[in-house]
Write a protein that binds this ligand. Structure first.
Ligand code: GTP
Ligand code: SPV
Ligand code: MN
Length: 602
């Protein structure tokens, strides 16, 4: 698809919802002068506007309407083939000093970067329409909720933002009523979708984001990773709350006892799946509900507990591997009203991907639009192909998802994708030890970002690509939150991805993760057995429910729960090396925690 489309000229009554806020008008005028678009389209998020833009985007070949009988209200978009994932090497944090961004971020000097970007944006939207999208992140009733405006020359971004955020009037109204008048400035231009001219730049001090040269989700839906995490984490530290790369789920027992947990797993490591899980057969009466699948904003409530809201309005999820077997709730969610990116298109206008239920199609168009058959060497769907769908489609959406104060968090879970070393689950001894467990998280890289896949790297709290400031300072911020909580969540670490000698996953995962969740909930309620290992509390084999797991041996369970000193020796060395890279900002509490684990192994 050629995603660089000419301007569209809307009929009157569409695209003319110009807000009155002077600072917004001034900024739009400034960007207009610079980028020289053919016209400005003021979005209001209405049905009418959406219908019009869907029609225009089809006419321009940017989206394809899917078979209405198979996937009603759904569309396929193909990105440029050079533009299929986040680009961490081109993601910049522009703070006045390099120290503020810290050694884990790519830093750039703000004034120089603005000058460079202004050069790139000069005349960049000539002949195109410039859309202005007002949106909020967070439930309308929440004190954490933020207003943003995104300027973009991509109609795909507008269509996606309407799904992923609360867009339009709600934002304009909130800004009108706001006391401090703060809002996030986001400018996005496709330019010529050239990887050599691709930069995702954050200016935390100015609450501003400029993204150029990409059309891919995580790089261009500026509400998500850019605002809700990178700018969000910067604001959270200043204001005493947490902006995290975490899902939020509710779990209710048959007796009606409900807990909420938040879990940080790196990109493409199982957040969406865990957030929607369906418990195994014999967990009759247990219910898991979704508050969020990717981002949690958390603050301390009046009762001294941690409360979480999901700032998003939709899910931008990994498609391959999604099936009625692995994640039925995701499948039900994406049966309609879904904007697919980079999946395969069947001859009858349906979507297909590796891992979908049923037979492979005999012929399809792959994610690049080329002919594909089961004999093709290439994958039909890109490994990082995605769906964007409103959260309202989720059959297990939590009833409290709109609650302004958020939901109380009983447990925080950290987890990476590790073939070895990390047991299925362990519980940290206390808050500080839990922060250490999060800070030392390691995970194998995935297709969610460009670069090599399958390499273990340190990804503290799953925030390595998303922390908008110095990582050592981020750890200090986490350490400060604990003592302010009267009733802190318990902290756990999980690993669904440990492999056996045959290279296969030892744990069935997906719905069966309920068994591990149940143990964690038991621990929150003061039940649930465990043994104390050097790394924390690990369930004994008899403490985990494996009833009904076919072909699952006690040896496998023992292997899954094992903490092997020879593996941990290497692990502790790698952790130490990582801590060293953080230099003087590294909090001594966490190096002490590391040394204590090492001593317990000695
Ligand atoms: P982002 O949207 O990139 O942040 O990803 P995510 O953390 O939401 O990951 P998601 O749930 O989409 O899962 C990513 C991949 O991991 C998919 O291919 C899943 O099939 C696979 N996966 C998820 N949960 C499990 C699990 O419990 N076990 C195994 N083996 N694979 C899983
Ligand atoms: C991730 O990579 O963690 C995602 C997808 O959730 S993206 O929005 O592209 O960042
Ligand atoms: Mn994510």
């Amino acid at each position: 698809m050629d995603n660089l489309a000419p301007a569209i000229t809307p009929p009157s009554g569409i695209g003319d919802s110009k807000p009155t806020n002077q600072s917004v008008l001034d900024w739009v005028q400034e960007v207009t002068r610079l980028a020289q678009p053919e016209n400005v389209f003021w979005c209001d998020g209405s049905e009418k506007e959406n219908a019009y833009l869907l029609e225009q985007a089809q006419a321009q070949g940017i989206i394809l309407k899917l078979n209405e009988a198979k996937v009603p209200g759904s569309y396929l978009h193909r990105s440029n083939t050079n533009d299929v994932a986040r680009v961490e090497q081109f993601t910049l944090i522009c703070t006045p000093t390099k120290e503020e961004a810290g050694p884990t971020n790519n830093w750039a000097e703000p004034a120089e970067t603005y000058a460079k970007l202004n050069g790139m944006l000069k005349g960049a939207m000539a002949g195109r329409t410039m859309f202005v999208i007002p949106y909020i992140m967070g439930p309308p009733e929440s004190s954490l909720t933020k207003v943003g405006f995104e300027i973009t020359d991509s109609v795909y971004v507008v269509l996606s933002m309407r799904i992923m955020t609360r867009m339009g009037e709600v934002a304009v109204k909130r800004l009108e009523k706001s006391k401090n008048g703060e809002w996030n400035r986001g400018v996005h231009s496709l330019l010529d979708v050239n990887p050599d001219r691709r930069l995702i730049c954050h200016f935390p001090q100015d609450n501003a984001i400029i993204s150029v040269g990409s059309g891919y989700g995580g790089n261009v839906l500026l509400s998500k990773k850019c605002l809700a995490l990178r700018i969000g984490s910067y604001l959270a530290r200043k204001q005493g709350w947490l902006a995290e790369h975490m899902l939020i789920l509710g779990v209710e027992s048959p007796e009606g006892q409900k807990h909420y947990v938040a879990a940080a797993f790196p990109s493409a490591c199982g957040k969406t799946n865990f957030a929607m899980l369906i418990p195994p057969e014999h967990y009759k009466g247990w219910k898991v509900t979704t508050v969020g699948d990717d981002i949690a904003w958390m603050q301390i409530g009046d009762d001294g507990r941690l409360y979480a809201v999901n700032p998003e309005n939709g899910y931008f999820g990994v498609v391959p591997g999604t099936s009625y077997k692995s994640n039925p709730n995701a499948m039900k969610s994406i049966e309609r009203d879904t904007l697919y990116t980079n999946v395969a298109l069947t001859d009858d206008g349906d979507v297909w991907w590796e891992g979908k239920d049923g037979a492979q199609p005999a012929h399809a168009k792959d994610w690049k639009g080329n002919d594909w058959t089961p004999a093709s060497k290439e994958k039909a769907a890109h490994p990082n192909s995605r769906f964007a769908v409103p959260m309202r489609n989720n059959p297990v959406l939590d009833p409290d998802v709109e609650k302004g104060e958020g939901v109380p968090i009983s447990a925080i879970i950290f987890g990476g994708r590790r073939s070895d070393t990390m047991p299925l689950v362990f519980q940290a001894r206390d808050w500080e030890h839990g922060v250490y467990a999060g800070a030392t998280m390691g995970s194998e890289t995935t297709a969610a970002a460009t670069g090599a896949v399958g390499q273990v790297r340190r990804d503290p709290m799953a925030m390595l690509p998303f922390c908008g400031y110095n990582m050592g300072q981020y750890f200090k911020h986490w350490l400060k939150i604990g003592p302010r909580l009267k009733n802190p969540p318990l902290i756990f670490h999980v690993n669904w991805f440990r492999k056996g000698a045959d290279g296969k996953f030892l744990w069935p995962g997906f719905g069966d993760n309920m068994r591990v969740l149940k143990w964690m909930i038991d621990r929150c309620e003061g039940r649930g057995g465990a043994t104390e290992s050097p790394i924390g509390f690990v369930p004994r084999p008899e403490d985990l429910d494996t009833k009904g797991l076919e072909g699952f041996s006690s040896e496998t369970l023992t292997e899954l729960l094992s903490v092997k000193p020879e593996e941990w020796k290497k692990e502790l060395e790698t952790q130490k090396e990582f801590f060293k890279t953080l230099g003087a900002d590294m909090p001594s509490e966490l190096t002490a925690q590391h040394d204590q684990v090492a001593e317990r192994f000695a």
